[in-house]
Ligand binder design. Structure first.
Ligand SMILES: Cc1ncc(COP(=O)(O)O)c(C=O)c1O
Length: 457
């Protein structure tokens, strides 16, 4: 059976369960099957090229044909394809990567534990918080605050951190340790007549109330992305994080900074913490850490936390935590080469240089008849579609299918975007050129116009 076989092409895939897809649809309709890549473009089994404005879940920062990353993987495969980093054994690349990350992460006196995925990085951060608090004689300090609309991973605990009630219910997640507060989303959640400053006051009051209601002595951590991508690139109001961090400090609650997406230059600095002025106790990194060429993640903790973990592990004889592929040598070697490339090419600086062009193209869509709001930072843009149908120019209810239609039309035009509810997210590989930024927005605008022509009378 070859892929050119029409019968195969016209049926779905029977045995494969694809995430964030309708399982029946996958079984009945062949998904997009990608067989190659070239810069910011990917190529499907029919030879069609797509400009990937999603960097494949916001992770392929260097695109799909970086030979240095491939060569680094190959060299490590030849030298030492695998050894587990545990039981007082490891490999040189893993040691070096921990040193390099500790140097650059905006975390005091950093120490590094590796994982394979972003979910693991967050899950381990929470596990370490619990381990520390049992050592400190505070076993009740175990609750986690996260924000509605967020996404922090697919494991039981990290899915509970995610701010989607329908996911909590559908998977019957154990939610007893989870507390949810609002996303700092002024455009969607601000009240009529409310200023951004008053909105920020309201968010801080809500956080304080949630802490007071649960009892500060029961809360271990607050988990947030600097900018929530899953909530549609929410850019917090001025002063939000400074005030959140002050509240957390007051109650001895750890701040876990989920930089699974925002790390490695996406916002124009190496980490979103630097762009937003955050001082995390724990920073979680993944995705672009290896350019997404090999699964690897890191939980980077402060020296204060580390010392408690060390003391606790000493009383127990060992730190009873590991993962077979936590710090895979090939992932570590690729991540080291990624850091070399980031430094040699000043990847965050290149994002800052291209960001004005990117932002100009996002902002130019603000007045489009289908658009409710636009938001942008670094090499990421959100174009939120109107959904109310209140404007006389739009037939009531006609916009219900706009998001799905936009995803389909862009794909037909050779552009891959990520729809998050009503919001189109454009966050391409960071190596995108200015000419490609223009091409990407030309295609996106063409799709937006086509959908508007169909839906707006
Ligand atoms: C902000 C954020 N945190 C964590 C994760 C989980 O990472 P992974 O899918 O590698 O487990 C994701 C995945 O998209 C994410 O967007």
């Amino acid at each position: 059976m070859t892929l050119a076989d029409d019968a195969l092409r016209n049926s779905g895939v029977e045995r494969l369960m694809l995430g964030f897809s309708n399982l029946r649809e996958t079984r009945e309709q062949r998904p997009m099957v990608l067989t190659g890549g070239d810069g910011i473009f990917v190529i499907d089994e029919d030879g069609r090229r797509y400009l990937d404005a999603s960097a494949s879940f916001y992770c392929a920062a260097l695109g799909y044909s970086n030979e240095r990353l491939v060569a680094a993987a190959h060299r490590q495969m030849q030298a030492m394809p695998f050894y587990v980093s545990a039981q007082q054994r490891t490999v040189p690349a893993v040691i070096e990567l921990a040193e390099r990350l500790a140097e650059i992460a905006p975390v005091n006196d950093a120490h590094v534990a590796f994982g394979a995925t972003g979910s693991e990085a967050n899950e381990f951060a929470l596990k370490f918080m619990l381990y520390r608090n049992t050592w400190r004689g505070q076993p009740k300090r175990r609750k986690m605050i996260s924000r509605l609309g967020s996404y922090h991973g697919g494991t039981l605990t990290t899915a509970g951190l995610g701010g989607s009630k329908s996911v909590h219910d559908a998977f019957a997640l154990p939610m007893q340790d989870h507390l949810l507060v609002s996303q700092p989303d002024f455009f969607n959640n601000g009240q009529p007549g409310e200023t951004e400053a008053a909105y920020c006051d309201r968010l801080i009051a809500e956080l304080e109330q949630v802490i007071a209601d649960a009892g500060p002595e029961t809360i271990g951590a607050f988990v947030a992305e600097p900018l929530s991508f899953s909530a549609g690139l929410v850019i917090p109001p001025e002063g939000y994080f400074a005030r959140v961090q002050a509240v957390l400090k007051q109650h001895d609650i750890l701040f876990i900074d989920d930089e699974v997406i925002t790390g490695y230059g996406r916002t124009g600095q190496m980490f979103g913490a630097e762009t937003l002025g955050l001082a995390p106790d724990i920073l979680c990194s993944a995705k672009a850490m290896s350019g997404a060429y090999f699964p690897i993640s890191a939980t980077i903790i402060s020296g204060d936390i580390y010392r408690d973990l060390e003391a606790h592990s000493d009383t127990q004889g060992l730190f009873a935590h590991a993962g077979t592929y936590a710090g895979h040598p090939v992932g570590a070697a690729v991540a080291l080469e990624m850091l070399n490339i980031v430094e040699e090419t000043d990847l965050p600086g290149s994002v800052r240089a291209k960001a004005p062009r990117f932002a100009a193209r996002v902002n130019a869509l603000a007045d489009h008849p289908l658009v409710a709001d636009v938001r942008t930072i670094g090499m990421a843009g959100a174009i939120q579609l109107r959904s109310d149908g209140a404007d006389g120019a739009v037939a009531t209810g006609a916009l219900a299918g706009a998001a799905k239609q936009l995803a389909a039309v862009t794909q037909d035009l050779g552009l891959i975007i990520r729809m998050t509810g009503q919001t189109a997210m454009l966050a391409p590989p960071l190596i995108i050129s200015e000419a490609e930024i223009d091409r990407m927005f030309d295609l996106f605008t063409e799709a937006l116009d086509a959908v508007a022509d169909q839906l707006i009378a």
